[in-house]
Write a protein that binds this ligand. Structure first.
Ligand SMILES: NC(=O)c1ccc[n+]([C@@H]2O[C@H](COP(=O)([O-])OP(=O)(O)OC[C@H]3O[C@@H](n4cnc5c(N)ncnc54)[C@H](OP(=O)(O)O)[C@@H]3O)[C@@H](O)[C@H]2O)c1
Length: 353
């Protein structure tokens, strides 16, 4: 870590976002950190093929902190860069980038921003299915008349999003089983210190009645075979999670209560062909997908017509509070930079998320 630098003297923050920072935000930063130069470039790094072409070599040479999406300068172009604050919770797109792989620049995610909306989306799609709302809407359009008891949800990826799903699910009377990458045998190990809005999530890890963990196939099998009504996929996309849920896993889900599957993580965590088979053979009750593989889904793809499916176009985490929460994480990380402390939501080069 760098030594404390209370006023962030000599630092330059480049906000590369496709929106105006809220009124007073930049002035507030300048007042809090008088040594910090703040530059805002209205630029959509998601849709634009490059970084802003009008930024010169000199502009980049002094940037130390960068708020960006999936576009990055090279190490040579931004030699003083220390901290990259990502606009997304997923960091899969940085794993092969030399700026991440071959440097020790801190990359921090937006974990914690999406949980409130995604938890609503999960519960909304699951309850819509359980109460047969799509079916009744079909009847209504045709001008025709025409829930289960205690439910158990298994949350594969008990991180920022998974913990908020658990909060909402338990409020609805559901039982929660959690799955993490790293073992969580003690109360202390169940804590999560990533960004969370006050009063939300499960930072203490108190809500699950059972914990599963690790990458051993037997452990995943035991989890999937534990009588889940709802399986929530909230893992990042890494080499270990690609194709994690495929034919054999759907067979396990079919054995118990015929699980409903919700994927808000990344599409390739599920093998799409195996999912279509599982849906069309009633091996699972249904699926709600906010993410797909491929994404976007081509208009003639068979997944659209699979039985009991709800597909949304990667929107479950959208919210009018998104930018506000993202900037709250950036602020925390600027404070930590000024105190010489390690950052919040830092992506681990070893784990890949
Ligand atoms: N649909 C959307 O709009 C949207 C929005 C935001 C995020 N996402 C996706 O959702 C993912 C999760 O977001 P988050 O904020 O909840 O992330 P997070 O806080 O980093 O949580 C990730 C969780 O997944 C677990 N995990 C990682 N690798 C695993 C593996 N191989 N096996 C089992 N568990 C594993 C982690 O275990 P440990 O606790 O042991 O580390 C952690 O509990 C993101 O990476 C992103 O891809 C999608």
């Amino acid at each position: 870590m760098s030594p404390p630098n209370k006023e962030l003297t000599g630092h330059k923050l480049l906000l590369l976002v496709p929106w105006e920072p809220p009124a007073g935000y930049v002035d507030g930063l300048r007042a809090r950190f008088p040594g910090l130069e703040v530059v805002h470039e209205n630029w959509d790094t998601w849709s634009q093929p490059t970084l802003p072409p009008h930024l010169t070599e000199e502009d980049w040479s002094t940037v130390t902190v960068l708020l960006t999406g999936p576009k990055f300068p090279t190490r040579e172009a931004a030699p003083r860069l220390q901290l990259v604050q990502l606009q997304s919770a997923g960091a899969n797109f940085i794993l092969d980038n030399p700026l991440f792989k071959d440097t020790n620049i801190a990359f921090c995610t937006a974990n914690g921003v999406h949980g409130p909306q995604i938890a609503e989306w999960i519960v909304c799609t699951f309850l819509a299915y359980q109460h047969r709302i799509p079916y009744f809407l079909g009847l209504q359009r045709a001008h025709r008349i025409g829930a289960d008891s205690s439910t158990r949800s298994g949350i594969l990826g008990y991180g920022s999003i998974g913990r908020q799903v658990a909060r909402v699910a338990t409020a609805l009377g559901m039982e929660v089983y959690a799955y993490t990458n790293r073992p969580r045998p003690t109360p202390e190990s169940r804590r999560d210190d990533s960004y969370v809005l006050p009063g939300l999530g499960d930072p203490e890890g108190k809500l699950p009645s059972r914990w599963f963990s690790g990458t051993a196939p037997e452990e995943l099998a035991a989890f999937l075979d534990s009588g889940l009504d709802l399986l929530v996929l909230a893992v990042p996309l890494t080499p270990l999670t690609r194709g994690l849920i495929s034919g054999p896993q759907f067979e396990l889900l079919a054995r118990g209560r015929r699980t409903y599957v919700a994927n808000i993580g990344r599409g390739p965590v599920i093998d799409t062909d195996a999912l279509i088979t599982a849906l069309n053979t009633d091996a699972i009750r249904g699926a709600a997908l906010d993410v797909t593989d491929p994404e976007p889904l081509p208009s003639d793809h068979p997944l659209w017509d699979a039985k009991n499916i709800i597909i949304t176009p990667h929107v479950s985490g959208n919210s009018t509070s998104y930018n506000h929460r993202l900037l709250a994480i950036l602020n925390i990380n600027l404070e930590r930079l000024s105190e010489g402390k390690d950052f919040m939501n830092r992506v681990s080069r070893k784990r890949g998320y």
